[in-house]
Design a protein around this ligand. Sequence first.
Ligand code: GSH
Length: 237
Amino acid sequence: MITLYSWNTPNGQKTSIMLEELCLDYRVEAVNIGKGEQHDPEFRRISPNGKIPAMTDAEHKDATGTPKRVFESGNILIYLAEKTGKLLPARWQDRTEVLAWLFFQVGHLGPMVGQWHWFDEGAPAHSELAIKRYREETLRLLEVLNGRLGAVPCLGGTDYSIADIANYTWAKSAVEQMQDEEPDAIAALKSLHDWLRRVGSRPAVERGMAVPTAEQKEESGMAGPKAGPAGGGTVLP
Ligand SMILES: N[C@@H](CCC(=O)N[C@@H](CS)C(=O)NCC(=O)O)C(=O)O
């Protein structure tokens, strides 16, 4: 049995969409990052960097009977693709294109949108320079996606893959966030909008976007709020 530790954020939703696409049996532990549950020492044994999403897979246990841990959302997508032989092509010419767009999200789109969001809404002090820098970079990355999707139906080429899943949640969030500020620039991204509609209408994507549900949050047994610096604190093995 797989256990997914997650919350309703683009990185978390990437992994629940993947599990839904693969029709795998999994249970959800909701980790309320607004309350600091990501700093729980028990959780950090699974996710050493104190971030969601993370996962355990009881199909593979070590000598002590501890299920295999899998952390970092991009790694989770690759792990699940390799476990099932789905959504990541085996042919190297196709695989390298899918992985390129996966890493584009992990290294560019996610961090830029995340920083833009934080400087715009979460930072204790206003920095126009930082907001401008991350907003412009986000828009540029959306334009890169739009260019690619003008040439091929899916980011990896012809087939839907983990590259589409990874970029979907972040592109959706960025487009929604930028719509009011840059309406003309966002409206011009026709191929991106078409892809967002196509990916967003997949039943597995709709289900994955809703995880953790209110019910899953209620059932989760995290010990409660924990004090701890964002992304810092004691490093556990
Ligand atoms: N590189 C990581 C980033 C994960 C990440 O930043 N997760 C955020 C939610 S989207 C989080 O856990 N934030 C809590 C915190 O920073 O304390 C991944 O792709 O899994």
